[in-house]
Design a protein around this ligand. Structure first.
Ligand code: HEM
Ligand SMILES: *[C@@H]1O[C@H](CO)[C@@H](O)[C@H](O)[C@H]1NC(C)=O
Ligand SMILES: *[C@@H]1O[C@H](CO)[C@@H](O)[C@H](O)[C@H]1NC(C)=O
Ligand SMILES: *[C@@H]1O[C@H](CO)[C@@H](O)[C@H](O)[C@H]1NC(C)=O
Length: 468
């Protein structure tokens, strides 16, 4: 009884606080509920689901309020956009009406130098640096290396009864990128750099209680340790300059040391951290899901094998490595990659902030308000993708790229579109090539997915690989 009275009281107070708290606006704010004070609708947003479909949080509110609505998450009022036109508009007006923004917990996690908040000139500058790492010319040169790494890993795996693809692809891609970035070798180093990142990732979406034992605490610790390692590395290279520039870190340090320097040491360290983080978790999740889809769809696997066997048949020497033009010819493979990324929705939300008061249809987005762009609703819209939950790579045949850019935003959009997109696709395609031409596999256990709302494989995905 007491509990009931207390509950009613809490609800009444919450309603009252909520009414006073609802922000003023010149025009009409989109409809929506701000939920409980402080907590807002955070718990609904973080509720886990086990399908590839649009999460109930979005589905329920889209039905009730339409494609654009307001909510409050972790103490922050924001607009949510599931509207294709508004999403496109937001990405196109980057730096003019909208800018990159991350929730406070994120900025705390990603550091004070706010790499994520880099604006205008500095942003373009950093972006150009990253293109020096994964621009198309670099990728052409990297192709043999990626093929070598994939072949070596597959060979090792085929000696085991069971390998967790989720874990091993993550390690493979991390090793490859960490080598390019900082010449890191997990087998020779005394520090478990990937372990730091794993701790970091686990607490990324969590309540910000910084108490030992919580995943938030571990997340911050992971970041701290990784940054410390990078900082030591920087110090070491300062003291003993290396003769030849051999990795991306050398190149970044040269920029830090320039007379007219734009890049500070702290931003440089943040950049290295973000690149290490952004480059392996995403691609390995996508690759794991692709392998699962192939296991579950033998007809797709068959056509994929035919495409890759044909590539080898066309060669004079079947053992010569993949060429760039062979890579470019993998039409069906790219359809599979698109289809996997469409259903994977690796980036469930992307944040922006309104720089000025902005009108959209009958609604007003007040200046300073964050907007949460939700690409998954576009990717699962049955009007664009018939039977959206079906894994069907053939649907990409002859797709109009103009339509695709508005209805396919797996890598974001506008000037801040993912700089690593081509790198990610290259790694996936080359790995699949090595896998289907030399090996067969069968699923053993795991493979269940959970979204909170980021994609996870709680039990990994275990398969047995053997030579063809
Ligand atoms: C399947 C794999 C990947 C997916 C789905 C993905 C997705 C995304 C998305 C959606 C964004 C936009 C974020 C925003 O607009 O705020 C982004 C940005 C970014 N991605 Fe990726 N990404 C992937 C792989 C990679 C790789 C391999 C790299 C490594 C080079 C990378 C580096 C970056 C960087 C540096 C940014 C920030 C760009 C900026 O803020 O302007 N990503 N990614
Ligand atoms: C309403 O509009 C006026 C003038 O355009 C502006 O100064 C004011 O900041 C606006 N108020 C809000 C809440 O956006
Ligand atoms: C980071 O943000 C703070 C406050 O928001 C600002 O004073 C500082 O200049 C920013 N740093 C960078 C490098 O953007
Ligand atoms: C994959 O999607 C992109 C849109 O980002 C499109 O340009 C490309 O043509 C698609 N690839 C295939 C093979 O359909």
């Amino acid at each position: 009884m007491f509990a009931l009275v207390l509950t009613v009281l809490v609800i009444l107070i919450a309603k009252w606080v909520h009414r006073c708290w609802t922000p003023k606006c010149n025009g009409t704010l989109p409809p929506g509920s701000m939920g409980l004070p402080l907590l807002g609708e955070t718990l609904h947003f973080l509720a886990s689901t086990t399908s590839n479909d649009v999460p109930p949080f979005l589905r329920n509110r889209m039905q009730k309020y339409g494609p654009v609505f307001k909510t409050s998450l972790v103490g922050q009022a924001m607009i949510v956009s599931t509207d294709a036109d508004l999403n496109y508009f937001i990405f196109q007006k980057e730096g003019e009406l909208f800018e990159s923004w991350y929730p406070d917990t994120f900025t705390k996690i990603f550091g004070t130098q706010n790499l994520s908040n880099l604006h205008g000139f500095l942003f373009k500058y950093v972006k150009n640096m990253v293109l020096n790492l994964v621009g198309s010319e670099r990728l052409i040169a990297m192709l043999p290396e990626i093929e070598g790494a994939s072949s070596r890993c597959l060979k090792t795996w085929s000696g085991h009864d069971s390998v967790d693809v989720r874990e091993t692809t993550a390690q493979m891609i991390f090793d490859l990128t960490a080598k390019k970035l900082i010449s890191y070798d997990s087998e020779k180093s005394s520090e478990d750099l990937r372990g730091y990142f794993e701790a970091f990732i686990k607490g990324l979406i969590s309540f910000p209680f910084n108490i030992p034992g919580t995943s938030y605490y571990q997340c911050l610790q992971g970041r701290k340790k990784a940054l410390k390692m990078l900082k030591n590395m920087l110090q070491e290279r300062r003291e003993r300059p290396r003769e030849t520039q051999s990795d991306f870190f050398d190149y970044v340090l040269k920029e830090v040391e320039r007379e007219d320097k734009i890049l500070t040491e702290d931003i440089a360290l943040d950049l290295m951290f973000v690149l290490l983080f952004a480059s392996y978790e995403t691609t390995s999740l996508a690759l794991t899901l692709a392998i699962k889809f192939l296991s579950d769809h033998p007809s797709v696997l068959k056509q994929l094998m035919e495409e890759h066997e044909a590539i080898i048949k066309r060669r004079e020497n079947p053992d010569s490595g993949l060429t760039w033009s062979e890579y470019k010819s993998m039409k069906f493979t790219f359809q599979i990659i698109n289809e996997t990324l469409r259903l994977a929705n690796i980036a469930p939300v992307i944040f922006r902030k309104a720089m000025k008061e902005t009108k959209f249809k009958e609604y007003t987005i007040p200046a300073g308000w964050p907007v949460m762009v939700c690409p998954p609703t576009l990717h699962l819209d049955p009007n664009t993708y018939k039977d959206p939950l079906l894994f069907n790579p053939w649907r990409w045949e002859g797709v109009d790229t103009h339509v695709a850019s508005r209805k396919f935003m797996v890598f974001g959009g506008g000037v801040r579109v993912c700089v690593g997109a081509d790198f990610a696709k290259l790694q996936m395609a080359v790995f699949l090539h090595c896998l289907v031409t030399k090996y067969k596999w069968k699923a053993i256990k795991g493979g269940e997915i959970v979204r909170t709302p980021g994609l996870q494989f709680p039990n990994g995905y275990h398969i047995h690989i053997s030579p063809n």
